[in-house]
Design a protein around this ligand. Structure first.
Ligand SMILES: CC(C)(COP(=O)(O)OP(=O)(O)OC[C@H]1O[C@@H](n2cnc3c(N)ncnc32)[C@H](O)[C@@H]1OP(=O)(O)O)[C@@H](O)C(=O)NCCC(=O)NCCS
Length: 175
């Protein structure tokens, strides 16, 4: 019912628990492309776990501590963007993103991030927007750079995924 246009054929829409079936089908389709970088590509494995994942975001949206949006291209779910963390008291939030391989390279995540960064800084009065990524994730680093994030440092072995303790780069935009 509600959407935010991203160019001619793409848009952001809310992604809610009732869409668990659609979300499960989407993840099943792109799981292998997300697994190197996205933890929930391992834990969202069926409709029940998809519903739990989306319900967690619904609860956090109600509490103003997180939000999730689906990125649709020509009406088909092809990616998403989250405020993975949103702390209005501290003025700090973190954005996370993903896309299906077939719609990468078009600037869609750049547009989606600009919308969320603008809302965080200019509507919600946030003072800091964070972007965390694996130092080996070149596409994510390129997106952070393109958006004007500054690399502040690297937390060593700060994150466990797929059997390895990984470093995490911290990028941020400050108001
Ligand atoms: C990270 C990820 C979302 C980036 O996707 P992306 O398509 O490269 O990012 P954008 O949508 O911003 O598009 C940028 C690309 O489109 C190109 N582009 C075309 N038109 C553009 C426009 N109008 N504006 C900006 N970029 C444009 C850019 O040149 C760039 O391509 P290049 O990297 O070949 O130079 C994607 O690689 C992904 O889903 N990876 C797996 C999940 C993941 O790693 N998530 C991040 C975890 S930290």
């Amino acid at each position: 019912m509600f959407s935010r246009a991203l160019g001619d054929d793409a848009e952001l829409r809310p992604l809610e628990p009732w869409q668990a079936g659609e979300f499960t089908a989407y993840i099943d389709r792109v799981r292998d492309a997300l697994k190197p970088w996205i933890p929930w590509a391992y834990s969202v494995v069926d409709e029940a776990s998809a519903r739990a994942f989306l319900q967690d975001y619904a609860d956090r949206q109600a509490a103003d501590t997180g939000r999730i949006f689906g990125l649709y291209v020509s009406g088909v779910l092809q990616g998403g963007i989250v405020y993975r963390a949103f702390n209005a008291t501290q003025g700090v939030c973190e954005i996370g993103v993903w896309l299906s391989p077939e719609v990468r390279g078009r600037g869609l995540i750049t547009l989606a991030c600009r919308a969320l960064i603008d809302w965080a800084l200019n509507v919600r009065g946030m003072v800091r927007v964070e972007w965390l990524c694996d130092p080996r994730n070149e596409a994510s680093i390129a997106a952070a750079r393109r958006l004007g994030f500054t690399h502040e440092g690297t937390h060593r072995k700060a994150f466990h995924l797929d059997g390895e303790h990984r470093d995490v780069q911290v990028w941020a935009i400050v108001a």
